[in-house]
Design a protein around this ligand. Structure first.
Ligand code: SAM
Length: 261
């Protein structure tokens, strides 16, 4: 039956995604730099500047992997803290801040914990690493000021479940932000980009990570991901208001946002 077929496909998909990120965990950060020419750093900076983090916030970064987004949020907050002498004297704002990094893959989280130490954030009690599934979060309703997911929603089995969970855990006024590889709309640039992603990326994957298939899969998953407009309407259907998106590099990536009222 078509239902049976769908089930197998979904099981295969989660297994594939699991394999991809177990295989790539140790090469993940290098591959990101190589594939995006370092641009993913600027895209993540942009995501965090849209979030506008503040001391004392409770934030959840889903599919947080090796911590890139969480580190930026925490460093922004810490630099704000240091600027205000009163905050330093009161000394308690920093303690209250909680940035949760949630990821389904423990290998990615362990690489992240090591990187936190290298960045001098190893002892920072604001950073909390949690193994968990974006489709069934282990956090209470209305408990988060912010929610981010960067390059993570494309690989999940049910996007709607992830969005419903994001909406559930955010408190009123809380912001949802999603950074994801999206669809290029500029014709000539689109052809170049297609060539780059179908030819160069799998070759890079083979060369650097010894794993062509996983990177081929990642490229295909970009094609299958809903268009900017369609994804925006899915976010709105999940209950979010003021849904909007911003394309970067002509739509190579987009940042979708929404508010829970
Ligand atoms: N956000 C990080 C970044 O931008 O560098 C990591 C992005 S990485 C491309 C995608 C991450 O999604 C992987 O770490 C993977 O383990 C995680 N992931 C995949 N499916 C997930 C799920 N259902 N729940 C939570 N994390 C998931």
């Amino acid at each position: 039956t078509s239902f049976g077929f769908k089930e197998v496909r979904e099981e295969e998909k989660s297994q594939l995604v699991g394999n991809v990120f177990s295989n790539v965990a140790s090469n993940y950060d290098l591959m990101n730099d190589l594939m995006s020419g370092g641009l993913h750093r600027l895209w993540k900076d942009r995501l965090v500047s849209k979030l506008n983090p503040f001391p004392g916030m409770k934030h959840l970064d889903v599919a947080g992997g090796t911590g890139d987004v969480a580190f930026r949020i925490l460093e922004t907050i810490n630099s704000v803290n240091c600027r205000s002498m009163q905050d330093v004297l009161e000394g308690n704002l920093r303690e209250e801040t909680q940035i949760y990094v949630c990821d389904i893959n423990p290998n990615m989280l362990s690489v992240g914990k090591k990187r936190a130490q290298e960045r001098g954030l190893g002892e920072d009690r604001s950073l909390v690493w949690v193994e968990g599934d974006a489709e069934a979060l282990n956090f209470e309703d209305d408990s988060m000021d912010g929610y981010t997911v960067a390059f993570g929603i494309r690989n999940v089995t049910h996007i709607e479940k992830v969005l419903a969970e994001a909406y559930r855990v955010l408190r009123r006024g809380g912001r949802f932000l999603c950074l994801e590889l999206s669809h290029v709309q500029v014709p000539v640039f689109k052809q170049l980009y297609d060539y780059y992603s179908f030819s160069v990326i799998p070759a890079l994957g083979e060369l650097v990570a010894g794993d062509r298939e996983s990177y081929q899969y990642l490229v295909e998953s970009i094609r299958r991901f809903p268009s900017q407009e369609k994804f925006a309407s899915m976010i709105a259907d999940s209950g979010f208001q003021r849904v909007d998106y911003e394309n970067l590099v002509g739509g190579v990536v987009s940042i979708h946002s929404g508010l829970k009222f």
